[in-house]
Ligand binder design. Structure first.
Ligand code: GDP
Length: 472
């Protein structure tokens, strides 16, 4: 109704314009930016967005190249269960004690920094696994610069290894493989590399470009060299940030501590965070009272790529929420409460992710160039057959992109990947397992399941041509 008033048209006209776009709305509902633009256009108006949210106003601060300084890479460790992610993170945490520091890392705050002998630093996110990585991404936070994917050399490239690879690739994050457990007599690192090669992932030893190193997370063999390779890979990325500005970054973890109040671990991505700063983090705000590093030491400031736990927020923001420092406390409070209000209103919100029904319209509008699909099937044969057929549906206007394919049920992790990459999920002779359905409903992810290959291909073809008849 606000839009109707602004354009001086009856509210019912707006509602029917939305309906013709396939969006059912009520008078008091908020429309997303894209819908707003389309609807306004129908009435001959052009929408001009003024800073609707703080992120936008902050992103406008473009750093001058001369203000940028090198920053440490931020790394996530992923891989199949039991392949040694935790062991690797633990080993690095315990062994890499910064020169001059007395104790090792005692606190588990969700992220930690290490310094190698040559003085170079790396920040690790201490929640291993692609689920955590993609959950953050689904919330709009791209924190990780590089992924270490751990594969046990006494095992194989497993389903979750493949998932981790797809998740890293979908995020555009370079991979360094850690072929682990080489201390075990059954270990066969060459077999793993061969398997990777057969998946078109050529590691260096095999003449490819992907870094990989044989390690033992148990004895520490090769870990130092692995980290050196991580740094080499990071160099190519030319990671930079301006330390001399108000800080912003991402929340890694937050909880309520009985004695201390709300404790949040944040990762500074740009600028320098200082005690006394007014912080806005998601729907929370507050003045920083104290900061600690992963060793429990009090710190006064934290620069780019540094994880710190902070005290002073008025609540626990969610992992993946962005934080930023604002000039004054009032502003931080105002935005936080506005966000909380928006959040409440938007719990009944319009479609956020792509659905099969919507594809035709989006293609016709010309703003949709890539259709991301996650494909799960009961057997390899059908997955491969469908991949082929789907890819052949690509046209000049739209590219069909299979961002992840695997044998097995549709999992929560698939849904998170779909949410982070705006993909639809197609299941062939498989169904959502565990919480996948609930999460999909919450994230508004379109899951389609089929038992006839022909039907799956036809539906997708029809959808791309905008001819799909709606499901009842
Ligand atoms: P995660 O599930 O990937 O986090 O795997 P964990 O780090 O928990 O490791 C699973 C099991 O493998 C544990 O019992 C570890 O002790 C063992 N493990 C991990 N890395 C190595 C290694 O390099 N060599 C040997 N022999 N065992 C390892």
């Amino acid at each position: 109704s606000e839009v109707a008033t602004m354009m001086n048209v009856p509210t019912t006209d707006i509602i029917s314009a939305c309906m013709s776009l396939g969006i059912m709305v009520t008078m008091n509902q908020r429309l997303d930016a894209e819908t707003l633009s389309i609807v306004a256009d129908e009435f001959g108006y052009e929408v001009n967005f003024v800073t609707a949210d703080i992120e936008e106003s902050i992103e406008e601060i473009v750093d001058a190249p001369e203000d940028l300084e090198e920053r440490a890479p931020i790394v996530t460790v992923m891989g199949h269960v039991d392949h040694g992610k935790t062991s690797l993170l633990d080993y690095i945490r315990e062994e890499n004690v910064i020169a001059g520091e007395s104790g090792g890392i005692t606190q588990h705050i969700g992220a930690y920094g290490v310094q190698l002998e040559n003085g170079q630093k790396i920040a690790f996110l201490d929640t291993p696994g692609h689920e955590a990585f993609t959950a953050m991404r689904a919330r709009g936070a791209q924190v990780t610069d590089l992924a270490i994917i751990v594969i046990a050399a006494d095992d194989d490239v497993m389903p979750q290894t493949k998932e981790a690879i797809s998740h890293a690739q979908a995020a555009g994050v370079p991979i360094v493989f850690a072929i682990n457990k080489v201390d075990r007599p059954e270990a066969n690192p060459e077999k793993i590399k061969e398997k990777l090669a057969s998946m078109n992932l050529l590691v260096e030893d095999w003449g490819g470009k992907i870094q990989s190193h044989d390690i033992s997370a148990k004895t520490g063999l090769g870990v130092k060299e692995l980290l050196e390779k991580v740094l080499l890979e990071a160099e190519i990325l030319e990671l930079k940030a301006n330390p001399n500005r108000l800080a912003s970054g991402t929340v890694v973890e937050a909880f309520l501590d009985k004695g201390r109040g709300y404790v949040s671990t944040i990762l500074v991505q740009t600028g320098t965070l200082k005690i006394g700063d007014y912080v806005l983090a998601g729907k929370n705000s507050g003045k920083i009272k104290a900061m600690q590093d992963e060793r429990g030491n009090s710190v006064k400031e934290a620069g780019p790529s540094t994880p710190v736990s902070i005290l002073g927020l008025d609540g626990a923001p969610q992992a993946g929420d962005k934080f930023s420092v604002l000039e004054d406390e009032r502003e931080a409070k105002d935005i936080a409460s506005k966000r909380a209000q928006l959040h409440r209103e938007q719990s009944v919100r319009t479609q956020r992710h792509i659905t099969l029904d919507e594809i035709g319209r989006r293609i016709a509008l010309g703003d949709f160039k890539e259709l991301n699909i996650i494909l799960k099937g009961d057997v390899d044969g059908s997955v491969e057959a469908l991949t082929d057929s789907f890819q052949k549906l690509s046209t000049e206007e739209i590219h069909v992109n299979i961002i992840h394919k695997a044998v097995g049920a549709i999992t929560e992790s698939d849904v998170l990947l779909a949410s982070a990459s705006d993909a639809i999920i197609i299941g062939f002779n498989v169904r959502p397992a565990g919480n996948a359905r609930q999460v999909a409903d919450k994230e508004e992810i379109d899951i389609r399941t089929y038992s006839i290959i022909y039907d799956a291909i036809n539906d997708l073809k029809d959808a791309m041509e905008g001819m799909l008849s709606p499901v009842m």
